[in-house]
Design a binder for this molecule. Sequence first.
Ligand SMILES: NC(=O)c1ccc[n+]([C@@H]2O[C@H](COP(=O)([O-])OP(=O)(O)OC[C@H]3O[C@@H](n4cnc5c(N)ncnc54)[C@H](O)[C@@H]3O)[C@@H](O)[C@H]2O)c1
Length: 254
Amino acid sequence: MRLDGKVCVIAGAGSPRGIGYATAKLFSQHGAIVVLTDIVMTDGLVDGLREEIGDPAAPAPVGIRCDITDYVQCEAMMDDVVARFGRFDCLINSAGIVDGRPFLEIDDAMFDRMSTVNLKGSFNLCKAALRVFNANRSGVIVNISSAAAQRGGGLVGAAHYAASKGGVISLTRAIAREFGPRGIRANVICPAMIETDMLNGVNEEQQKSIVEAIPLRRLGTPEELAGTCLFLASDFSGFITGATIDVNGGTHIH
Ligand SMILES: NC(=O)c1ccc[n+]([C@@H]2O[C@H](COP(=O)([O-])OP(=O)(O)OC[C@H]3O[C@@H](n4cnc5c(N)ncnc54)[C@H](O)[C@@H]3O)[C@@H](O)[C@H]2O)c1
């Protein structure tokens, strides 16, 4: 078991087809006590995950609703986790929104919304987690950015999405630098074209032409992202911090 007894908060775990949910499942299978959090959270989702794990001996996952744009909610959620389990070891931040409209159609409200959820939301979650990690002198953060941040959008997310995700890379690097001396690691993953609800707006024809341009000639799976999160959360990556990990099938090689 790679994460035996570790308490892991996974933000953006509210969609059964999403990266966060797949990560929650894999982490549970590796012995973690998993806290799923999302702006959309139901008992049914957590019960469904428990059934999918299918191991009565595995620690029961827990769901806590939290809007990551509100720092107060993030802090209350983390406090709840520490109160329930007496420890908190790892934050995976997979919450986010996407939008693909052309630059000149991005209005103030849309730009602000994108920045508030993707960038400020990441800041809120990391800050709320780091209060605990800093006191404990240990902890792991994995943020999910996007290949859009590296290549200037151009797939599903447009300029406002790419910019918000670029901020997530910078934020993660700054955390790694500032909190490394406290024994805390922070890394960021840049995925591209993972088969989740985030691709719902892409029609079949668009998807086909996108896949033709991916060296591995297929979309990625949420499970492949979950595997990367597991590596980064576990001691196998104990000397890795401030890294940007590409999980993109070769879409962006640099
Ligand atoms: N799917 C891809 O191809 C792809 C590519 C690059 C990056 N990503 C990133 O991966 C992450 C996971 O995306 P996914 O593909 O699993 O899509 P998803 O839509 O299934 O997951 C995103 C989750 O974030 C939640 N969320 C949105 N706003 C929130 C808020 N204010 N507070 C709390 N939760 C909120 C949603 O409810 C949803 O469950 C996102 O950050 C996304 O930008 C995905």
